[in-house]
Design a protein. Structure first.
Length: 472
């Protein structure tokens, strides 16, 4: 029967808890005879509590509840780790008018203060009963690439409270651990920043992510003592890091040749295209990096490394077609800690070389007035241009350039010219090309508005024309 009564009591308690509306008037609970500020913590909804109060000490402190109406009946109950279903009437409560007073707060207890049929659920913590010592902090010599280990000389047990259904909870004491590390910024590189980690409670040893620079650790706490202007702060000796990290950047030289085809087509972030491809690779190591290396492979897994360069910056020209992978690696002095940056993929295209057979110099500026080849990945080039009598009128070795149809500074006449080209592509292909170039020019009509093709006899179009029969 006793067991059945206990079950019924619990059922009735939870029914009242979740079915009653709980409009609580502001400023109804207060504490008297306490020297320092009462810290109120907003409880999680799942605890069922309306208020959590933390007092520096409850010794000699009374708690009052002011009812909304003098006619209201106010009752007090308190509970511990078993929760509100096992609450018992609170002794030592007196009432004067609307004010109901518990003359001596019972520390580390929950209270159910019921006005009429409306309960208010409260937990009161006595901070002084949880003890706190903080005498020092020591950063152990680094022996781990990812974690820095600290030992704390002190103690700060968890501040425990219970929800209304008896669930054990811990108040966050918010100790702050402060130290420096490095953070990567795409615009400015590695920058030293301050890290502040909040610790719910003290444990020793304490592990934190290994800083990327030498630093000291400062431990301050806790948030309650900070509210009461009693914070304690300790600092470690200098911690010498062994942790490493690296980043890498690649900047490709841009070319804007209107007759060169590129694989990348201007797509942002893509490397490679038409050879020669000129890229400057730069590695950015953190402080503890002593050994650094750029590696190049044609295997994305880097099982076969073809190039190793022990430097931060590499200025490299790709003349061969194919796909190449580059990565930057950094390691500390002992070699125990190593970091690899994201690799770069460089796609260098195969060669192509096409030659036009006509152009019209001196006729319409900016439109088909330069004879140029269309090409991609040509790494060696030589072109000669001759007139019909075999006289060389032009020569150039840069495929992005061309012939503007002049000889000795004068525009040549219309007619057929000849080119001879030798070239080598990024894929090793050898080119030996020759063919005709038709120079098409128009001479002005003396009547205006009508033009007729130049017959190649050296007629003028308002400028000076070279007779291609003599080259003079």
């Amino acid at each position: 029967m006793l067991y059945l009564c206990t079950i019924m009591k619990s059922i009735l308690f939870y029914i009242s808890l979740f079915s009653l509306s709980l409009p609580i008037a502001a400023q109804t609970i207060a504490f008297e005879n306490n020297d320092l500020e009462v810290v109120e913590i907003a409880p999680e909804a799942a605890t069922g509590l309306h208020h959590i109060y933390v007092l520096h000490s409850t010794d000699g402190v009374s708690m009052t509840y002011t009812a909304r109406s003098a006619a209201s009946e106010v009752t007090w109950q308190d509970f511990g780790e078993q929760g509100g279903a096992y609450a018992t009437p609170t002794a030592g409560v007196t009432t004067t008018g609307r004010v109901s007073r518990l003359n001596q707060v019972i520390p580390n207890r929950g209270y159910i203060i019921t006005e009429g049929t409306t309960p208010t659920y409260v937990w009161v913590t006595d901070y002084s009963t949880f003890g706190f010592e903080l005498n020092g902090i020591t950063a152990l010599d680094a022996d781990d690439c990812g974690t820095a280990t600290l030992t704390v000389d002190g103690s700060a047990p968890p501040i425990i409270y219970y929800s209304i259904n008896g669930a054990r909870r811990v108040l966050d004491r918010e100790f702050s651990l402060t130290y420096n590390t490095l953070e990567w910024n795409d615009s400015t590189g590695w920058q030293q920043i301050e890290v502040v980690e909040n610790l719910e409670s003290l444990t020793s040893p304490l592990g934190v992510p290994a800083p990327l620079c030498n630093t000291t650790f400062t431990l301050t706490g806790d948030k309650f003592r900070a509210r009461w202007s009693e914070p304690i702060s300790v600092e470690s000796d200098t911690y010498v890091t062994m942790a490493v990290d690296v980043r890498a950047t690649a900047v490709q030289e841009e070319r804007d040749n209107d007759n060169e085809k590129s694989l990348t087509d201007g797509a942002e972030g893509l490397l490679g295209g038409s050879a020669p491809v000129h890229i400057v690779f730069t590695g950015h190591p953190t402080d503890a990096v002593v050994y650094r290396e750029w590696q190049m492979s044609q295997d994305p897994n880097f099982d076969n490394i073809e190039v190793r360069l022990n430097q931060n910056e590499v200025d490299y020209v790709f003349n061969n077609a194919g796909t190449f992978y580059w990565r930057y690696i950094g390691a500390n002095e002992s070699g125990e800690c190593e970091a690899t940056a994201e690799p770069f993929t460089v796609n260098v295209g195969v060669s192509e070389l096409l030659c036009p057979n006509a152009f019209s110099p001196g006729s319409s500026e900016g439109t088909n007035d330069i004879w140029k080849v269309s090409y991609s990945s040509i790494i060696d080039f030589h072109c000669w241009i001759f007139n019909r009598w075999g006289n060389q009128v032009f020569e150039f070795t840069d495929p992005s350039q061309g012939w503007n149809g002049t000889y000795h500074g004068k525009v040549v006449g219309s007619g057929v010219y000849y080119y001879v080209i030798t070239a080598t592509g990024s894929d090793g292909k050898k080119y030996k090309l020759s063919g005709d170039i038709n120079v098409i020019r128009a001479k002005k009509s003396p009547y205006g508005g009508t033009t007729t093709p130049d017959d190649g006899t050296g007629g003028t179009d308002g400028g000076t024309t070279v007779d291609d029969t003599t080259g003079q």
